[in-house]
Design a protein around this ligand. Structure first.
Ligand code: LLP
Length: 434
C-alpha cells in the first residue's frame, strides 16, 4: 500500500512498523499516548519541495512555519537541511535563537503585535512582517528608541481570495482579521518609506490545508497585480516576495496528494513572469509551509483501554484524547487510524474511537472500520506531525505526552512526558487559603 509506505508505515508479519521500528515494542517500552517522529520523512519532504523550487528559480527559500511543530529537534533537522523559519510569536523566535538559528533566517509574521513583541524582535535583529498600518509608527519608534537602523520591512497583504480545509484556517478575505487589503497597500508602503525603511518585502498566506493547487490561483494573480502596482507607483525594489504556506497533505487513503508540479505552475511560474516584466531581478521567492514538511512525519501511538457496546454503538476508548490531538474535535479533521497488530484479522467492526476527556466531543475517529479490537490493543493515529503536539493541552489535568524521534534505526527521547508536578508547578496558593 503506497499511501502508508510514503508515510513510513508498513506491516511486517501483521505488526505495524514506523520508520522501520516495531510500534508495539515502542508502545510497550515508552508508554502511550506518545508522539513518534521520523527524522527521515521530515528530511525527505524538505528535499522534495526544495528540489521543485530549485528546478525553476534558484533564488528561493523555504521558511518552516514552526507553529506546526516547534520541537527543538525538528528545528535542528530542518536547519541542517538549509531551511529558514516563519515565527508567529516571540516564544517561537526564542526557541529558534535558543538552538542557534541565526536571526537572518527568521521572519516574524505575527498579528496583533504588542510593543513588547516589537522590542524583542528589533533587539534580536528579526525581520518583522507587519499586519496592520497602525503598527508601523510603533515599530519605527522602537527602532529609533533602540538606536537600530531601519533596514527591511514587510507587510502581510490580504489578497481577499482565501482557501483552506476549514473556515478557521482560511486567512484571506475582507472579513478576515489578517493583513492589509488592496486599498491600503500603497499607503502602507509609502508610509514605511516615509519613516525610513530602505528595503521591502511582501507576504501573503491565504489559508491552511490546501490540497488542490488551483485554489491558490486567484490569490496569486491578485497579489502579483498589487506588487506590480506598488513597484511602479512607489519605485520600490522588493528584496523578497513571500507566498505563505498552506500546502496540504492527503489525510485520507483515497485522497490525492498535492500536485507539486501544478503548485509550481500556479505559484512559482507566475512569479517568474513578474520577474521578467519588472524590476525584480534580485527578488527572493519565499514559501512558508508548516504542515507539508512535518505532518506525515509523525504518528501517535495509543492504547485501547475500553471496548464499550452500549447496544446502539460500539466505542473503542483510547488513552489519547483531544488533549493529545485536538484537530478532530476543533475542525472535524480526519486522521486515519490503524491497528498496530491484527492487520490480517478477518473480522472488522465499526467503532467510534474516543478519548478519555470528559466531553462527548472527544472523538478522534468517527465510525471507523477496524479489525475487531480488544482492550489492551494498540492503535496508530496518522499524520500528527503538524498542529498535533503544538496544539495539545493538559485539559482534565492530563499531562502532555512524550515525543520520540527515530533516526537511523535509533530511538531518541526528544521530550519527556509532563508530570503531575509540572501541572501544578507554576501555581501559588495565597496565604489566606493555606
Ligand atoms: N504562514 C502563516 C503566516 C501561517 O499563519 C501559517 C499557518 C503557515 C504559514 C503555515 O501553514 P501550513 O503550511 O501549515 O498550512 N491549526 C490548523 C492550521 C492553522 C494554520 C495557521 N497558520 C490545523 O490544525 O489545521
Amino acid at each position: 500500500m503506497d499511501w502508508l509506505k510514503k508515510k513510513g508505515l508498513e506491516y511486517r508479519d501483521g505488526v505495524l512498523y514506523f520508520a522501520n521500528m516495531n510500534t508495539i515494542e515502542i508502545a510497550e517500552n515508552f508508554g502511550t499516548p506518545i508522539y513518534i517522529i521520523s527524522e527521515e520523512i521530515v528530511r525527505k519532504r524538505y528535499k522534495e519541495l526544495k528540489n521543485i523550487l530549485d528546478s525553476e528559480y534558484g533564488n528561493n527559500s523555504i521558511h518552516f512555519a514552526m507553529k506546526a511543530n516547534s520541537n527543538l529537534s525538528i528545528l535542528k533537522i530542518l536547519e541542517s537541511e538549509g531551511a529558514n523559519f516563519d515565527c508567529t510569536s516571540t516564544g517561537e523566535i526564542y526557541a529558534c535563537l535558543k538552538v542557534g538559528i541565526p536571526p537572518s533566517k527568521i521572519i516574524y509574521t505575527g498579528n496583533m503585535f504588542t510593543n513588547n513583541d516589537f522590542e524583542f524582535a528589533v533587539k534580536n535583529d528579526i525581520l518583522v512582517n507587519l499586519d496592520s498600518i497602525s503598527q508601523l509608527k510603533r515599530l519605527a519608534k522602537i527602532y529609533d528608541d533602540l538606536g537600530k537602523e531601519k533596514n527591511t520591512i514587510s507587510f502581510r497583504i490580504n489578497p481577499e481570495f482565501g482557501a483552506g480545509h476549514h473556515s478557521h484556517t482560511i486567512t484571506a478575505g475582507k472579513t478576515i482579521k489578517f493583513g492589509i487589503l488592496d486599498n491600503q497597500v500603497l499607503e502602507a508602503y509609502s508610509k514605511a518609506k516615509g519613516v525610513g525603511f530602505k528595503k521591502f518585502g511582501a507576504h501573503i498566506h491565504i489559508g491552511s490545508g490546501i490540497i488542490n493547487a488551483g485554489d491558490f490561483e486567484k490569490a496569486i494573480d491578485k497579489y502579483l497585480i498589487i506588487i506590480m502596482k506598488l513597484a511602479d507607483t512607489l519605485d520600490i525594489a522588493f528584496e523578497f516576495l513571500d507566498f505563505g504556506g498552506g500546502l496540504g497533505i492527503p489525510y485520507r487513503p483515497e485522497e490525492d496528494p498535492l500536485d507539486l508540479e501544478f503548485y509550481k505552475t500556479i505559484v512559482l511560474k507566475k512569479f517568474k513572469e513578474l520577474v521578467k516584466k519588472g524590476n525584480f531581478e534580485g527578488t527572493k521567492f519565499i514559501i512558508e509551509p508548516g504542515r507539508y514538511l512535518s505532518a506525515e512525519a509523525s504518528i501517535i501511538l495509543t492504547q485501547v483501554n475500553t471496548i464499550k457496546d452500549n447496544g446502539f454503538k460500539l466505542f473503542a476508548g483510547i488513552d489519547a484524547g483531544f488533549n493529545t490531538l485536538i484537530r478532530p474535535t476543533m475542525y472535524g479533521a480526519y486522521h486515519h487510524i490503524i491497528t498496530c497488530n491484527k492487520k490480517d484479522k478477518d473480522e472488522t467492526l465499526t467503532y467510534d474511537v474516543v478519548g478519555p476527556i470528559c466531553e462527548s466531543g472527544d472523538i478522534i475517529g468517527k465510525e471507523r472500520e477496524l479489525s475487531k479490537l480488544e482492550e489492551g490493543d494498540f492503535l496508530a493515529i496518522l499524520d500528527t506531525g503538524a498542529y498535533g503536539f503544538t496544539m495539545s493541552s493538559s485539559y482534565n489535568s492530563r499531562p502532555r505526552s512524550a515525543e520520540i524521534l527515530i533516526a537511523q534505526g535509533q530511538i531518541f527521547k526528544i521530550r519527556k512526558a509532563e508530570t503531575f508536578e509540572d501541572l501544578t508547578a507554576n501555581q501559588e496558593i495565597p496565604k489566606h487559603l493555606k
